[in-house]
Write a protein that binds this ligand. Structure first.
Ligand code: HEC
Length: 231
């Protein structure tokens, strides 16, 4: 649970502090008291905004993350363990972890997802890290993609794009599909089309709840880079 919460908060900006904390702590508005009063003021604004308006929770969490990022870049400020714990507790007093994850998750509407993907450039490297479990998904869990996609349990990762292009999309059952649609549907609804020679009901039908749109774009970008001829 704790790790999950930390992943969420990290995505909201707190986690990059270690990398960004290079600001100049000697300027007056970076003095501890100045920072403390800024934090208090900000907390009050957020709290007021939250009250009676739970749907704003997520948006405000991003603002909180942005605020911490600013403090890190401007002042080199890094929160202590206690402050992190308090920030997490505070965040969770407004919206449960499940609510936050659900609000961020891509869901299962393939058309809507494809429309969103048009505006996003996926990062194939991060997609690979997600695929191999080196980077956590939205809910802090590790995706098991690479463990299955070894060519035995599930179609091999190598040549995934080429196989989709030259084999799958030739199947009349997928008439009119783009490769992107095929990948998105394969990830969000694994049983919508079962790759020949493989078992149905094996790939988990959960990724729409575990990925946000950027992570899905990253995975699709990674799979699209699998254009080896030898599959
Ligand atoms: C428990 C095993 C398992 C896991 C974990 C798993 N898959 Fe699969 N996947 C399969 C199997 C089996 C198939 C083939 C049957 C089917 O089409 O559903 C498949 C099919 C696919 C296909 C279509 C491949 C093709 O050659 O047509 C894609 C794309 C895919 N998976 C992506 C992913 C991604 C991305 C993840 C992680 C987010 C993932 N899978 C996790 C078992 C798994």
């Amino acid at each position: 649970m704790r790790r999950q919460v930390w992943t969420i908060v990290a995505m909201l900006g707190l986690g990059v502090l270690a990398l960004w904390a290079q600001g100049d702590a000697s300027t007056p508005d970076c003095a501890p008291e100045a920072l403390q009063s800024q934090q208090n003021a900000f907390a009050q604004v957020l709290t007021l905004d939250f009250v009676g308006n739970p749907s704003r929770a997520l948006e405000n969490l991003y603002r909180l993350g942005g605020f911490y990022q600013q403090m890190a870049t401007r002042c080199g400020y890094q929160p202590s363990e206690e402050e992190r714990a308090a920030a997490i507790a505070w965040v969770l007093s407004f919206a449960s972890l499940d609510e936050i994850i659900a609000a961020r998750a891509v869901g299962g509407d393939v058309d809507a997802v494809l429309a969103q993907l048009e505006t996003i450039v996926g990062d194939p490297l991060n997609g690979q890290l997600l695929f191999t479990g080196q980077v956590a998904a939205l809910d802090g869990s590790t995706l098991g993609c690479a463990g299955c996609h070894n060519g035995q349990t599930a179609p091999p990762t190598e040549g995934m794009w080429t196989r989709a292009d030259e084999v799958r999309l030739k199947d009349p059952a997928l008439a009119g599909y783009s490769i992107e649609r095929y990948f998105v549907e394969s990830i969000l609804h694994p049983n919508a089309y079962i790759a020949p020679d493989y078992m149905p009901n094996l790939m988990p039908d959960i990724y729409g709840r575990q990925l946000d749109i950027e992570q899905l774009a990253d995975l699709v970008a990674f799979l699209s880079s699998q254009d080896q001829l030898d599959y």
